[in-house]
Design a protein around this ligand. Structure first.
Ligand code: HEC
Ligand code: HEC
Length: 182
């Protein structure tokens, strides 16, 4: 078969050009230097680095959701994940974290209002875990964090961000300030 006669070459060339442009757009935001300068979560929106932390904190969130683990920034999950979590607090990762209905609804609205709208936070991760998000698995793959680190007594779990990111509650995940405890 003569390939020249079966392919529409001008339109093929256009499609290749469009594909190249998409590939360029897709790889550009992961450029390491840009990320450390502008902040991992801010790249897509060009906001300042404090934007992963809500402008108006909710004290009740600190009280009710930071006793067993750190207060995760709402911006680390999409609204749909926070809704799932808040709707199933009685079966919360093997514990019962249920609250009075008024508190559930107040915290739920605040989480939804401050949830992540960044492109890399757009899909609901497995179990609605931040630590199961694609970006998380990519950033913490074995080449970056040796697998045996996660079970150390000083770390215990991937959910324990603050073990390695001292500024996690302030939304600081700067890769130059990470320290893996021994
Ligand atoms: C009674 C203890 C307890 C309370 C209270 C609690 N949690 Fe949790 N939460 C857990 C446990 C246990 C895990 C799983 C941690 C692990 O795998 O190491 C977890 C995990 C999570 C995760 C997933 C972390 C990850 O791996 O990415 C989120 C998000 C979360 N909790 C949100 C909340 C919210 C929101 C509240 C308040 C409404 C809350 N939690 C209150 C015990 C609690
Ligand atoms: C065992 C230590 C450890 C734990 C626990 C941990 N991280 Fe990390 N994290 C790292 C290391 C090391 C890097 C740097 C990887 C690299 O150099 O690209 C990193 C990178 C990141 C980055 C990218 C920073 C950048 O500028 O590129 C983000 C965002 C992040 N972590 C968020 C989290 C969140 C959220 C949690 C908790 C749900 C968490 N991490 C738990 C060790 C950890």
């Amino acid at each position: 078969m003569d390939i020249q006669t079966t392919l529409d070459l001008p339109s093929l060339a256009k499609r290749i050009a469009a594909g190249l442009l998409l590939a360029l757009l897709a790889t550009a935001p992961t450029h390491a230097e840009d990320e450390s300068k502008r902040g991992f979560f801010n790249f897509f929106k060009g906001e300042d680095s404090s934007s992963i932390v809500p402008a108006s904190p909710l004290q009740k969130y600190q009280q009710e959701c930071a006793s067993c683990h750190m207060a995760y920034s709402p911006g680390l999950l999409p609204a749909a994940s926070w809704q799932n979590l808040m709707a199933n607090l009685d079966k919360h990762f093997g514990t019962d974290a249920s609250l009075a209905p008024a508190d559930t609804s107040q915290i739920g609205s605040w989480l939804a209002a401050n949830s992540g709208t960044y492109k890399r936070v757009s899909g609901t991760p497995p179990q609605d875990r931040i630590s199961q998000s694609d970006w998380f698995l990519r950033k913490h793959r074995a080449g970056e964090v040796p697998a045996n680190v996660w079970t150390r007594a000083s770390v215990r779990s991937a959910s324990n961000c603050i073990a390695c990111h001292a500024g996690a509650e302030q939304g600081n995940f700067n890769e130059h300030q990470v320290r893996i405890p021994g």
